[in-house]
Design a protein around this ligand. Structure first.
Ligand code: BEZ
Ligand code: FE
Length: 288
C-alpha cells in the first residue's frame, strides 16, 4: 500500500483510475495527472499562487457566454488549439495546410454569386481574390464550396460590432463551377488584436506579450468526396507574421497581395482605382 507523498503523488492518484473501463479516458487521465504533478513539482506554487490560478480559471469560465468563449481563446494563446489542429490535419505532401478556425466563423453566411463584393462597409483597400480548387493530382474539383470571412479595416469582425458594421459584412459562401475556379472582391486584410478585455488579455499583458494576429483571410474549402480544409491565407509582409498571438501561421499559407496600377486592367476588372490581387489555389485530399 502506497500512501500519498511528494515523491509518489502521481502514482498514488493514478492508481485510483485503475478500474476505468474506457481505455482512452484512462490514458488521458493518467497522462494529465503525470504532467500536472510534474508541473507542480517544477514550479512549487505557494498557496497564494495556486489560489490565483483557481481564481483565474473561475474568471475565464465566467467570461464565457453564447458569444464569447474565453477558454478557447486561452487554448489559442497557449498554442494548444494550433497543436491539436495540426495533429488532426496531417496532410499529404501537396494538400493545403489547415490552421485554427477561430471564434468568428458563422454557419449561416450568405451564399454569394461568384465575383460579388463581400465588403459592405466601404472601408479598406479594394482587392480581387481568385484561385482554383484542385485535387492532389492537380485536377480541378468541380462544385467545390468556399466559405470566407475576414475582419474589416478597423480590425473587427461584423459579429464583434453588430451596431457598427452591416450584417454579414466581409463574409460569404461561393460555389465553384466545373472548373473549380473562384473569384470575388473584398479588401486587403489588416492585422488585428484578439479580444483583450478578459483573463486572456490580463495574462497577455502581464507576460509582456502582444495580442495581435497578422493580416489574414479565413477560408473553409469543401467538396463532395474530399476532406474539407479550415485555413487562412496570410498577407505576405504583414506585421506579426513571426509572432501570431494564436500561432496560426504556416509558411505555405503566406501569399502576396499584388498592387495593380495598370489603368486598362483596373477598368477591365471594374475597379475605380488601383487595387490588390490575391491568387491562391487550394489542394484537397480525397476522403478515405
Ligand atoms: C481569428 O482569426 O479570427 C481568431 C483566431 C483565434 C483567436 C481569435 C481570433
Ligand atoms: Fe481572424
Amino acid at each position: 500500500m502506497q500512501y500519498f507523498s511528494e515523491k509518489h503523488s502521481a502514482e498514488v492518484v493514478i492508481k485510483q483510475y485503475e478500474n476505468c473501463k474506457n481505455l482512452r479516458l484512462k490514458k488521458i487521465m493518467e497522462s494529465a495527472i503525470t504532467h500536472l504533478h510534474d508541473f507542480v513539482k517544477d514550479v512549487e506554487p505557494t498557496q497564494e499562487e495556486w489560489s490565483y490560478v483557481i481564481d483565474y480559471l473561475t474568471k475565464t469560465g465566467q467570461k464565457c457566454d453564447d458569444k464569447r468563449q474565453e477558454f478557447i481563446l486561452l487554448s489559442d494563446v497557449l498554442g494548444i488549439s494550433a497543436l491539436v489542429d495540426t495533429i488532426n490535419n496531417r496532410k499529404s505532401i501537396n494538400a493545403t495546410e489547415s490552421t485554427v478556425l477561430g471564434p468568428f466563423h458563422v454557419n449561416n453566411a450568405p451564399k454569394r454569386k461568384m465575383g460579388e463584393n463581400i465588403n459592405h462597409d466601404g472601408k479598406g483597400e479594394p482587392a480581387y481574390i481568385f484561385g482554383q480548387i484542385l485535387d492532389t493530382n492537380n485536377n480541378p474539383i468541380e462544385h467545390a464550396e468556399i466559405d470566407v470571412w475576414q475582419a474589416n479595416e478597423d480590425g473587427f469582425y461584423d459579429i464583434q460590432q453588430p451596431d457598427v458594421q452591416p450584417e454579414m459584412n466581409l463574409r460569404g459562401v461561393f460555389k465553384t463551377d466545373k472548373d473549380g475556379k473562384y473569384y470575388f472582391r473584398s479588401v486587403k486584410p489588416k492585422f488585428y488584436s484578439i479580444p483583450t478585455d478578459g483573463p486572456v488579455g490580463t495574462m497577455i499583458s502581464a507576460t509582456g506579450r502582444h495580442p495581435n494576429r497578422p493580416a489574414h483571410l479565413h477560408y473553409i474549402v469543401s467538396a463532395k468526396g474530399y476532406k474539407p480544409v479550415v485555413t487562412h491565407v496570410f498577407v505576405k509582409g504583414s506585421e506579426y507574421l513571426d509572432s501570431d498571438a494564436v500561432f496560426g501561421v504556416k509558411e505555405s499559407l503566406i501569399s502576396e497581395y499584388i498592387l495593380i496600377t495598370d489603368k486598362n486592367k483596373i477598368k477591365e476588372y471594374g475597379f475605380e482605382d488601383q487595387y490588390y490581387e490575391l491568387e491562391f489555389n487550394f489542394v484537397l485530399e480525397k476522403t478515405d
